[in-house]
Design a protein around this ligand. Structure first.
Ligand SMILES: [Mg+2]
Length: 270
């Protein structure tokens, strides 16, 4: 009965001490990131633990935008190849298993080359905006957070105009909503720390959720927040992600699962 909990994800290790919650056992499709060994000790501690363990208090949720609140439509590998050239793309991807930080690469280039690269990226992003769709479960999740008065923030490496269009289409606001005009951007923890100080909450009282291990999870972990990776397709189960520096505390495959995770595993008190 425990198999689904660690199936395929036992290479992830929790890096944050959190009180194990019995509800976890009732929702095996939520994927807390335990090793087999730590899972065994978790099972033992559950047998002897208080039936009403103290849950971690969460006062705010910070979302990534593209691929998290919106359906992923930007073909990132195609965009990286167009910007870097195929040879450079394969060279970089070979040496950075968690993914390419394209904005970081561009920053080292000459102004002319940079401008060309930004134009290519803007083209891909525009195509993404033309086909923008809200992620299933996003509206229900935001209604739920509203009902609990839990703060909602947003951090994206996309531009402000994309955030504005998203707000317009979605009809619910995220504040602060930081785009790539806010420097330094993810995976630097600065935008998340900025949101926490604006809200007057500790980073440990915030969950950062996103579909990127290298940007969202890294940003969240560096800031000291609880992190949740949205992995719709299970691509992060691949062994190539086994040794990445920043590992998420939780992994879900939909926003509906994230909703369930928040409701069952955390004390949502604003
Ligand atoms: Mg994303």
């Amino acid at each position: 009965m425990f198999h689904p909990i660690h199936n395929g994800t036992n290479h992830f290790v929790p890096t944050q001490t959190q009180t194990p919650n019995l509800n976890l056992m009732l929702h095996p499709y939520l994927t807390p990131l335990f090793t087999r060994a730590s899972f065994r000790s978790l099972t033992m501690s559950l047998l002897h633990s208080n039936p009403n363990p103290i849950k971690t208090r969460i006062r705010g949720v910070v979302f990534d935008m593209d691929g998290t609140l919106t359906v992923p439509v930007i073909d990132f590998p195609a965009m990286y190849k167009a910007v870097l050239g195929k040879d450079q793309y394969f060279k970089i991807i070979g040496s950075s298993p968690s993914g390419i930080d394209i904005l970081h690469h561009i920053e080292q280039w000459s102004p002319d080359k940079q401008q060309k690269a930004y134009e290519i990226i803007a083209d891909f992003e525009q195509q993404g905006l033309d086909r923008l769709q809200i992620m299933p479960g996003a509206a229900d999740l935001c209604d739920f957070l509203n009902s609990r008065n839990i703060r909602r923030g947003l951090i994206t490496r996309n531009v402000k105009s994309a955030v504005d269009l998203f707000h317009e289409k979605f009809g619910m606001s995220f504040s602060p909503a930081l785009s790539r005009e806010f420097r330094p951007y993810k995976p630097d923890p600065a935008p998340l720390l900025h949101i926490c100080s604006t809200w007057g909450v500790e980073p440990t009282e915030v969950v950062m959720i996103g579909d990127s291990l290298k940007d969202d999870v890294a940003c969240g972990k560096r800031a000291g927040a609880v992190t949740c990776l949205l992995d719709e397709t299970g691509r992060y189960d691949s062994p190539k992600y086994a040794n990445v520096e920043h590992k998420p505390d939780y992994k879900v495959s939909s926003l509906a699962q994230f909703h369930l995770l928040l409701e069952s595993n955390f004390d949502l008190t604003p």
